[in-house]
Design a protein around this ligand. Structure first.
Ligand code: AR6
Length: 172
């Protein structure tokens, strides 16, 4: 199911298969790979991606760094580090919002017009899906309202629970 809402699209797919200018990676501080979407992106991009990541000296939570996409269809990968959910009182909402904002700013500054996000922090990092989807939708809407350089933002739903959470958030 693909839902189109102006410049925001929901898409049910493996993010590594998307032909967009950039895909976003839900990485960790080291930027040296891991499980989940991070592992899938590194497998699909090939070892050149890890080699470039080694030159970046990691990334702080809420920040974003850019690399080439190598064997991916996407030209770029934007690596961002979501917060680990500790109950919501350790700055998690602001840090998750910063992931979306900083990734979008980095994308726009690099001429990227189409970008796909996974549900950052919603896997291994255990961020509650409904709250994370609300933050993602709020931040991408705010960004698009202020900046017309990015044409289309894809929110990738890997599983029906993610899709449901985004649909709910988009209706609010
Ligand atoms: N395409 C799109 N979405 C995916 C894919 C895929 N191929 N695979 C998983 N997802 P997670 P996090 C979804 O755990 O919670 C890694 O080890 C998944 O269903 O990948 O930010 C890193 O190295 C979920 O909705 O990222 C870090 O250590 C979402 O992507 C840590 O996990 C995010 O799940 C980051 O944890």
């Amino acid at each position: 199911m693909n839902a189109s809402l102006g410049r925001i699209h929901l898409v049910s797919d493996d993010i590594t298969q998307l032909s967009v200018d950039a895909i976003v990676n839900a990485a960790n501080h080291s930027l040296l790979g891991g499980g989940g979407v991070d592992g899938a992106i590194h497998r699909a991009a090939g070892p050149e991606l890890l080699a470039e990541c080694r030159t970046l000296n990691g990334c702080e939570t809420g920040q974003a760094k850019i690399t080439r996409g190598y064997r991916l269809a996407a030209r770029f990968v934007i690596h961002t580090v979501g917060p680990i959910w500790h109950g919501g009182h350790q700055g998690e909402p602001d840090l998750l919002a910063a992931c979306y904002r900083n990734s979008l700013k980095l994308a726009a500054d690099n001429g990227i017009q189409t970008i796909a996000f996974p549900a950052i922090s919603c896997g291994v990092y255990r961020y509650p899906l409904a709250e994370a989807a609300r933050i993602a939708v709020r931040e991408v809407r705010n960004y698009l309202a202020d900046d017309d350089r990015i044409e289309t933002i894809y929110l990738v739903c890997f599983g029906e629970d993610v899709q449901h959470a985004y649909q709910q958030a988009l209706q609010e």
